[in-house]
Structure formats: structure tokens, C-alpha cells
Design a protein around this ligand. Structure first.
Ligand code: HEC
Ligand code: HEC
Ligand code: HEC
Ligand code: HEC
Length: 152
């Protein structure tokens, strides 16, 4: 029973986090305010280290965080059919262009899920920090949608 209660608590926390993320996505004030600001662009994971060293370290240690190497191993690092999902911000302002031009945007980094963070890194207050990022709805399925992976 104790085990269940403990795990249930963690489960509830995760669910409420996800709900809050969705609310901030659809709330009018967020959408309106975002319009007044310049479009955020991608900045890369190095920039997150300064304020979130723990998250960066934990994530970098996860073997799947180095997923660009599986393209390099197959000589596919320039293949436009492969790079969109194995890099960060492909084709978007500040995002991955090519191995030569934007080596720091290889791999699925923080901003692949949290969105472009240029406004976030410059935010003056904690509230602004929280307001400037929200995980887009269905972000996972933008890459995780193919059952038959084209790489096979
Ligand atoms: C100058 C410091 C700073 C930098 C650089 C920074 N952050 Fe943050 N971040 C904060 C602060 C302050 C908060 C709000 C306090 C908190 O929730 O821990 C925050 C909160 C967050 C949150 C939670 C947002 C929410 O809805 O509560 C995420 C996700 C996040 N940061 C991601 C990133 C990513 C990704 C990067 C790199 C691209 C980054 N941060 C760079 C300071 C920073
Ligand atoms: C639509 C997004 C998308 C595209 C496009 C894409 N990948 Fe992937 N790839 C993923 C995701 C998501 C995973 C991890 C989950 C999975 O295996 O389906 C992955 C995993 C892989 C893996 C590891 C599979 C394993 O056995 O762990 C390889 C290898 C790979 N991709 C190669 C490629 C190659 C080569 C291309 C280009 C021909 C490519 N991918 C294009 C999204 C994509
Ligand atoms: C595969 C997608 C994904 C990647 C990559 C990712 N995150 Fe997250 N992150 C999430 C999700 C999902 C949540 C929980 C939902 C929420 O709180 O909005 C979260 C929550 C957070 C939070 C708030 C909760 C906490 O732990 O304090 C911070 C801060 C954060 N991430 C920072 C980062 C940083 C920094 C990186 C890169 C090193 C990163 N994330 C990479 C998906 C991701
Ligand atoms: C930009 C594309 C992209 C986005 C967005 C993305 N992923 Fe991934 N993800 C990948 C790729 C590519 C891999 C393959 C890593 C490897 O095989 O080395 C992967 C691997 C994974 C893995 C480990 C392999 C597996 O199949 O179990 C998990 C778990 C995962 N992603 C969860 C998530 C979740 C949850 C989200 C949303 C919050 C998300 N991803 C968003 C591209 C993405």
C-alpha cells in the first residue's frame, strides 16, 4: 500500500505538470502576449548549462540523446530525409542547417521538446522564464510517428 501511495503521488505530479503545460499552450493571454514579442529562435543546449546544469548533465548521459551518431554511422548525416528528426530546430530560425554550419544543433536537444528558447534565456524574472517556454501539444509525435522506420 505504501508503495502504491508513493507511486501514485509521483503519477499525479506528472499528470498535473502535463495539464499545466497544455493549459499554458491554449490560454489566451499566452497566445496574445506571444504575438507582441519577436519570434523566438533556437539557441542550442550549451546555453542551458549556465542555469540548468543538472538537467543538461542528466540528459547528455542518456544514450539516446546522442542520436545523430546513428546517421553518421550510416553516412546519412546530409540526407534531408533523415536530419529533420535527428537534429534540433531543423529548417527553423536558429535551428539545424547542416553539419558544417550548425554542428551545435545536432541531436535531439532540449529545444526539440521545449521549443525555441531565445526569449527564455533572456527573461528577466522567474515568471517570464516560465511563461516563455511551453511544450507544444503532440510534440513527441512530430518525430515518433513512423511505425516502419525509414532507417531500416
Ligand atoms: C539565465 C538563466 C537560464 C537559462 C540560460 C535557461 N533557463 Fe530555463 N529557466 C530559468 C529559470 C529562472 C526558470 C524558472 C524557475 C524554474 O522553474 O526552475 C527556468 C525554467 C525552465 C523550464 C520550466 C518552464 C516552466 O514551464 O516552468 C524549462 C523547460 C527550461 N527552463 C528550459 C530551458 C532550456 C531548454 C534552456 C536552454 C535552451 C534554458 N532553460 C536556459 C533560467 C534559465
Ligand atoms: C519522422 C522522423 C524521423 C525521420 C525522418 C528519421 N528518423 Fe530515425 N528515428 C526517429 C525516431 C523517433 C527514432 C527512435 C524511435 C524509433 O526507433 O522509432 C529513430 C531511430 C533511428 C535509428 C535507431 C533505431 C534503433 O534500432 O534503435 C536509426 C538507425 C535511424 N533512426 C536512422 C534514420 C535514418 C537513416 C533516417 C533517414 C533515412 C531516419 N532515421 C529518418 C525519427 C526519425
Ligand atoms: C524528449 C523531450 C524532452 C527533452 C529532449 C528535454 N525535455 Fe525537459 N521536459 C520534457 C517534459 C515532457 C517535461 C515535463 C512537462 C512539463 O513540466 O512541462 C520536461 C520538464 C522540464 C523542466 C521542468 C521540470 C524540472 O525538471 O524542473 C525543465 C527545467 C526541463 N525540462 C529542462 C530541460 C533541459 C535543460 C533539457 C536539455 C538538457 C530538456 N529539458 C530536454 C521533455 C523534454
Ligand atoms: C526532433 C525529433 C524528436 C522529438 C520532438 C522527440 N523525439 Fe524522442 N527520439 C528521437 C530520436 C531520433 C530518437 C532515437 C535515439 C536513438 O535511437 O539513438 C528518440 C528516442 C526516444 C526514446 C528512446 C528510444 C525509444 O524508442 O524508447 C524515448 C523514450 C523518446 N525518444 C521519447 C520522447 C518523448 C516522450 C518525446 C516528447 C516529449 C520525444 N521523444 C520527442 C526524436 C525525437
Amino acid at each position: 500500500m505504501k508503495w502504491f501511495m508513493k507511486n501514485k503521488a509521483i503519477f499525479v505530479i506528472i499528470i498535473s505538470c502535463l495539464c499545466m503545460a497544455m493549459q499554458s499552450q491554449i490560454s489566451g493571454t499566452f497566445a496574445e502576449k506571444a504575438k507582441e514579442e519577436p519570434e523566438p529562435y533556437y539557441v542550442g543546449m550549451e546555453k542551458c548549462k549556465e542555469c540548468h546544469p543538472g538537467d543538461v548533465k542528466t540528459y547528455s548521459e542518456w544514450k539516446y540523446s546522442r542520436n545523430f551518431r546513428i546517421l553518421e554511422m550510416r553516412g546519412k548525416e546530409h540526407d534531408p530525409q533523415c536530419v529533420p528528426c535527428h537534429t534540433t530546430g531543423y529548417g527553423k530560425p536558429g535551428g539545424f542547417v547542416s553539419v558544417e554550419e550548425t554542428p551545435h544543433m545536432k541531436n535531439v536537444q532540449c529545444e526539440a521538446c521545449h521549443g525555441p528558447a531565445s526569449l527564455h534565456v533572456k527573461a528577466p524574472t522567474i515568471e517570464e522564464h516560465q511563461r516563455t517556454l511551453s511544450i507544444p501539444r503532440n510534440v513527441c509525435t512530430t518525430c515518433h510517428h513512423q511505425h516502419e522506420h525509414v532507417g531500416y
